[in-house]
Ligand binder design. Structure first.
Ligand SMILES: [Zn+2]
Ligand SMILES: [Zn+2]
Length: 265
């Protein structure tokens, strides 16, 4: 029974609280569920959306949420109501938090100041994760070295988590031994995803997760449109193809991994 039950997909990273799902969220979820996408995790990003995320998780058995601040939203860190929601039964992780140097602007000095602030807020969230014993959802873009350094220096392996990243840098692979999983999304289907294609087979199977990051990063053949959980199917298929393992095994393995990491059933 357990085996059959595991043959589903868990979208481990989808911003269902985003405005772009406001009008047709039920339809989006229905389409996904009908095709076997049966659990959803909403990462925190902009604190202003947290209430909406909690509401969505409360009214859907198969939806969970995380609390955290995206590196683009760190100015709002102080407004985040960690204490209010952290013990909510549907709160499964802290994040997405991390470092993103992709959009740094201004003089070198300003860039350094921004990096420093991002690091502080990232570290603060690692500490919260350890205090409350929740795994981390880590966002890394053009900042692999600094992110890894911080995760190691602050002993994030105590709680582990998922690295959801755009660069798929090989230097992050060693974190698999420290309780970190790798969230694989639509980028895998892009023609220019060479780096990820090379890295994917080096990630231990028991550390692979599937995600959309919807409404962003829509996989081929829907690039340019809004992303949605249904499209995890394209990621799973591509994974099956590249790793040369049957699709049903990709589903079972990644589902088991997600259930283990987020401690859900
Ligand atoms: Zn992200
Ligand atoms: Zn995200």
């Amino acid at each position: 029974m357990q085996k059959e039950k595991l043959e589903m997909i868990i979208d481990t990273h989808v911003h269902l609280d985003d405005k772009r799902y406001e009008d047709d969220l039920d339809e989006v979820l229905k389409r996904a569920r009908e095709e076997g996408v049966e659990r959803f995790i909403i990462p925190g990003a902009d604190p202003a959306n947290l209430k909406r995320a909690v509401e969505i998780a409360q009214s859907n058995n198969d939806i969970y949420f995380a609390i955290g601040v995206h590196p683009y939203d760190i100015d709002a860190f102080d407004t985040l109501e960690f204490e209010k929601y952290i013990n909510h039964p549907k709160c499964v992780a802290i994040g997405e938090c991390g470092l993103d140097y992709f959009r740094l602007e201004g003089s070198d000095e300003e860039k350094e100041r921004e990096k420093k602030k991002q690091k502080e807020i990232f570290i603060a969230q690692i500490e919260i994760a350890k205090k409350y014993k929740k795994p981390l959802i880590v966002h890394i873009r053009d900042a692999s070295r600094d992110s890894k350094e911080i995760l190691e220096a602050y002993n994030a392996k105590e709680v582990g988590g998922v690295l959801h990243c755009y660069n798929a840098d090989e230097e992050l692979l060693s974190l698999a031994k420290e309780g970190f999983y790798f969230g694989i999304g639509g980028v895998l289907t892009f023609k220019n995803a060479k780096k990820l294609l090379n890295t994917l087979p080096k990630i231990p199977l028991e550390k692979l997760l599937i995600e959309t990051d919807g409404p962003y990063l829509t996989p081929t053949p829907h690039r340019g449109e809004r992303n949605e959980p249904l499209y995890t199917i394209f990621v799973a298929k591509k994974m099956s193809e590249l790793l040369e393992i049957p699709l049903e095994d990709v589903k079972k393995i990644t589902t088991q991994n997600a259930l283990t990491l987020f401690n859900i059933s």
